[in-house]
Design a protein around this ligand. Structure first.
Ligand code: KE4
Length: 433
């Protein structure tokens, strides 16, 4: 008897490539049928067959305060009665821009867009327009969305599907994207020396989340800041995932390293389509219509997304205790996951930064793409499905980060640990058989 998710997936594949609107959802690396969901509240999510799970995906980051937060829902409902879009300026866009600047002071000017991809591709265009230079440096395993310029040794779904460099990206584009090793300043210096005066920007995830969670090693971010100053390149922090998650001021505040441009997404939309890029006002001055670098969008600053994002962001801004809570619960979970993995004698490395956590099934210390790629994907696959059976919904890839929300309770975390204990028992049996 097929489940409803299986029936829906069959139907979806008749109309949608791979049956999904984003490959990250496709279960390609874990196998099986993607779970189709119908509703969620807080950190509990219910699938089309009525099964309930504890959710550690949270829509890949936006749901830091849980699904269907009453204040966010009310804000969207109230706004929707006044139309869903004007294609003209509204006051809420100013309120959002002002709040972003309040929470991230070096974002002197900010432009709203409709996705993290749009934010990152626009930031790179601005950096090229501002410097007059053409090349960018990115890092293997970092993911900045699906714009051509980034699909060179990318992370997230591209890495999960085993196509980190995508067909369809032209040689002409690829030649301007240089790739360095994450947490390796020397690899960056070499590229800067080899491409003297040609590098417009260095873009990175200040805490990587798209090859699993990988923190910057001591001095890495500071070193990139110095190299950008020395080589007159724009430092772009892609905080689409880390922004407003790792602290009120994101990774910049957490590590006290300040980029020239920052990109955002996810949390600032409260679950609606959104992205943003911003930073130094002299750099942002090149952005049309103030300057010559064109960037536009029919639904940029959409009132529903703005009201949803502004509401969620305002709650985070007013309640710094939420970050203390997230930190405590995330450490609670990571500590007990390590304990249960040790009990079962399963090789692992857990990285955690704030409310971003990843388990790598390897004995290596995971600090970059090469060590992340040593994770045993077959063990992850087994673990993922066993956890699913126990009502725990993890990101369906070893190259993604788990996300905690303020609505995860200790009871849910204890249930997750219990599930992990059972799952690892099965994994070990299968590994030893
Ligand atoms: P979007 O275009 O998907 O809104 O944002 C692209 C992006 C940019 N930068 C970072 C650091 C990101 O994590 C992302 C998107 N994250 C993935 C999940 N790791 C999105 C999931 C998906 O593609 O479905």
């Amino acid at each position: 008897m097929l489940s409803k998710s299986q029936k829906l997936f069959e139907r979806a594949q008749s109309f949608i490539p791979g049956g999904v609107n984003s490959p990250a959802r496709a279960f390609k690396s874990v196998g099986g049928t993607p779970v189709f969901f119908e509703k969620a509240k807080g950190s509990l999510i219910t699938d089309a067959d009525g099964n309930e799970y504890i959710d550690f995906v949270g829509s890949w980051g936006p749901m830091i305060m849980g699904h269907a937060h009453p204040a966010v829902i009310k804000a969207v409902q109230d706004a929707s009665f006044n139309s869903t879009s004007f294609g003209a300026p509204t006051e809420v866009e100013i309120n959002m821009a002002e709040l972003v600047q309040t929470m991230v002071p070096n974002v002197e000017k900010v432009r709203m867009v409709n996705s993290g991809t749009e934010a990152c591709m626009s930031a790179v265009r601005v950096a090229r327009g501002y410097t007059g230079k053409e090349k960018i440096i990115k890092f293997e395993g970092n993911y900045h969305g699906h714009a051509d310029t980034f699909l060179i040794k990318a992370g997230s779904g591209a890495l999960t599907l085993g196509s980190p460099s995508s067909p369809g990206v032209t040689e002409g584009t690829a030649k301007d994207t240089l790739v360095a090793d994450y947490n390796n300043l020397n690899s960056v210096e070499k590229l800067l020396e080899k491409n003297k005066d040609e590098v417009a920007a260095i873009i990175l995830e200040p805490v990587a989340g798209n090859m699993g969670c990988i923190p910057p090693v001591e001095g890495f971010l500071e070193g990139l800041r110095e190299l950008c100053d020395k080589h007159e390149a724009v430092l772009i922090f892609d905080e689409v995932m880390t922004g407003f998650r790792l602290s009120r001021g994101g990774a910049q505040e957490r590590y006290d390293v300040w980029a020239d441009l920052v990109t955002f997404g996810k949390i600032i939309g409260g679950g609606l389509p959104v992205g943003a890029f911003g930073g130094r006002k002299d750099v942002m001055a090149v952005v049309a219509p103030e300057g010559p670098v064109y960037q536009a969008g029919t639904l940029s600053g959409n009132p529903l997304a703005m009201h949803a994002g502004f509401t969620q962001l305002s709650l985070l801004e007013r309640h710094p205790e939420y970050y203390v809570d997230l930190e405590e619960k995330s450490e609670y979970l990571a500590k007990r996951l390590r304990a249960v993995l040790n009990q079962h004698g399963v090789d692992h490395h857990i990285n955690r930064v704030g409310s971003m956590v990843s388990i790598f099934f390897t004995d290596a210390v995971v600090t970059d793409f090469n060590t992340a790629n040593q994770t045993d994907q077959s063990i992850f696959r087994l673990f993922f499905h066993e956890m699913l059976k126990h009502g725990i919904y993890l990101p369906p890839s070893p190259f993604e980060s788990w996300f905690l929300a303020t609505t995860h309770t200790h009871e849910m975390l204890d249930k997750t640990i219990l599930a992990a204990d059972e799952a690892l028992g099965v994994v070990k049996l299968k590994m030893d058989s």
